[in-house]
Ligand binder design. Structure first.
Ligand code: DX5
Ligand code: ZN
Length: 234
């Protein structure tokens, strides 16, 4: 089981130190939450900060692209040395209003499957691990057809855009189905869970098939990073 702290929750006034502390404490990866204010109701950071993180830490980095046009980011992320690049399967979906200036993109089917296939291929051709991401309302059957082509499946357990939100337990159903599909088809893509992960749900997520847990607020708010990682892993 791997832990990927999301630097979205880091103290940006001590950016470099926080990433180095996460690495020292035993983090396995660094999770980069890239947002465009369109696909999700928030703007975080882009390739520049991602690059900076890569220069202060030797850990593998995964870019979670919460953007409508992920194609615009691949070359630069690749050049920055980012190892995993993931984009959402809802990029051609519909925007569902959640009230209070929040929304989530949903897809009850993939409108342009060729675009998803093409994105996976571009990322792989750059020599990177290709990931697809599914929002909480998106069902397993919607993205099942792509699972034989990917390196990473990122399942959202919050509606993306913000750290510190409550875990949405409906993700378990998708997680169990994806893990079963992986075993039945002898596949080796990794499954990552992102959003509201904490000490209370980590064990169940891993026993349900998760390989990588993203942790934003619960990680960076813990007073002792190393102790937090040990607790989560045990
Ligand atoms: C949400 C991001 C998550 C977030 C996780 O849009 O994709 O990676 O930073 O933060 P926590 O762990 O606080 O839910
Ligand atoms: Zn994320």
């Amino acid at each position: 089981m791997k832990i990927a702290p999301s630097i979205l929750s880091a103290d940006f006034s001590q950016f470099g130190q926080q990433i180095q502390m996460a690495e020292k404490a035993g983090a396995d990866m660094i999770h980069l939450d890239i947002m465009d204010g369109h696909f999700v109701p928030n703007i975080s950071f882009g390739v520049g900060i991602s690059k900076m993180s890569k220069t202060v830490s030797n850990l593998p980095h995964d870019a979670h692209l919460m953007v409508t046009d992920p194609e615009n980011y691949y070359d630069e992320l690749s050049a920055a040395g980012i190892e995993y690049i993931s984009f959402h399967v809802e990029i051609d979906g519909q925007r569902k209003d959640l009230g209070k200036n929040r929304w989530v993109y949903v897809a009850d089917k993939i409108n342009i499957p060729a675009r998803i296939d093409k994105n996976i291929k571009i990322i792989k051709d750059l020599g990177k691990k290709a990931g697809i991401v599914a929002n909480p309302p998106t069902n397993f059957e919607v993205f099942e057809r792509f699972l034989k082509k990917i390196d990473l499946l990122l399942l959202m357990s919050v509606n993306p855009g913000f750290s510190g939100q409550n875990f949405i337990p409906e993700v378990y159903d998708k997680l169990v189905k994806a893990d079963k599909f992986r075993r039945e088809n002898n596949l080796d893509f990794e499954i990552m869970i992102d959003g509201g992960v904490n000490k209370d749900n980590a064990a169940k997520l891993v026993s349900s098939g998760a390989d990588i847990l993203v942790s934003g607020s619960s990680f960076f708010q813990s007073s002792e990073f190393q102790e937090f990682i040990q607790k989560l892993k045990s």
